[in-house]
Design a binder for this molecule. Structure first.
Ligand SMILES: Nc1ncnc2c1ncn2[C@@H]1O[C@H](COP(=O)(O)OP(=O)(O)OP(=O)(O)O)[C@@H](O)[C@H]1O
Length: 243
């Protein structure tokens, strides 16, 4: 499975006649983690939904550099977990297969949940799970899809900092070689996982590339380079924040 780079050309998204961004050009590198940060409401989800082909952009193009369509090669994890309330955790993980009429691999789903620390919750209904547990089930469902392109909107936002670090490690390992785009509000997360770090700011919004710290991902949270880059990124976010 080769993961393509994703090219954004002259991309524009509008809501209610107002441009969230326009004329946006960028390449999201093949087989690497791109991390997207920016103030609340700037347009991160709008951009990710356009890349996921969930919303048609007003202008421009989104293409894979291998020339093949992106459709069918993307796994999506939105801010809402969208778990089916009537399905047990393991069945929520295999939901995609069941909707496509394919035989679900419950062993693989159970293994994913175990790796996420949910081995004793395989048969739980969503209503019986905490917010952080539900988010891990949604993450397991995204990883289960096994796609070359993975788009995740704040996938670790509901997790305590230790679980968050563990899930970052797990995702970095399992998604190695995939083209991943991940939205986060956490500069440390961006510096642990980002091989390209993109900052979306302004109105209409513009994209800027921020230097990523050296080293393979997941980078240690207490690494000097990570801590320095985290400080630089925090300063950039503060400077970009609306008054
Ligand atoms: N379906 C929609 N209809 C109308 N306006 C929308 C719609 N979706 C988003 N917007 C507006 O577009 C702008 C960008 O929203 P978006 O959700 O992309 O921001 P974001 O950067 O992801 O925010 P957050 O960090 O809070 O999740 C906001 O002003 C939002 O109110």
């Amino acid at each position: 499975m080769r993961a393509p780079a994703i090219r954004l050309q002259d991309l524009g998204v509008s809501h209610g006649g107002r441009a969230v961004f326009s004329g946006l050009d960028a390449t999201l590198p093949a087989g690497a983690f791109s991390v997207l940060l920016g103030p609340s409401g700037v347009g991160k989800t709008s951009l990710l939904r356009a890349i996921a082909l969930l919303d048609a952009p007003a202008t421009g193009q989104i293409t894979a550099d291998d020339g093949a369509p992106l459709a069918g090669r993307v796994a999506w994890m939105g801010q809402q977990d969208l778990l089916m309330p009537w399905a047990r955790a393991v069945d929520n993980v295999t939901l995609g297969d069941r909707l496509r009429g394919r035989r679900p691999d419950r062993d693989r789903a159970a293994d994913l949940l175990r790796r996420m620390g949910l081995g004793d919750r395989l048969a739980a209904l969503p209503a019986e799970l905490s917010g952080g547990m539900r988010q891990r089930v949604a993450l397991a469902r995204t990883l289960y899809e096994d796609r070359p392109v993975v788009l995740m909107d704040e996938p670790f936002s509901a997790l305590d900092s230790v679980t968050r670090a563990r899930m970052q490690d797990l995702a970095a390992g399992m998604l190695q070689g995939r083209t991943v785009v991940l939205i986060t509000h956490d500069p440390l997360e961006a510096c642990r996982l980002g091989q390209a770090i993109l900052l979306l700011t302004g109105r209409p919004a513009r994209l800027a590339l921020v230097a990523a710290p050296p080293g393979a991902i997941p980078r240690p949270a207490d690494d000097d380079g990570v801590l320095h880059a985290q400080g630089v990124l925090m300063r950039r976010l503060l400077d970009a924040a609306p008054a």
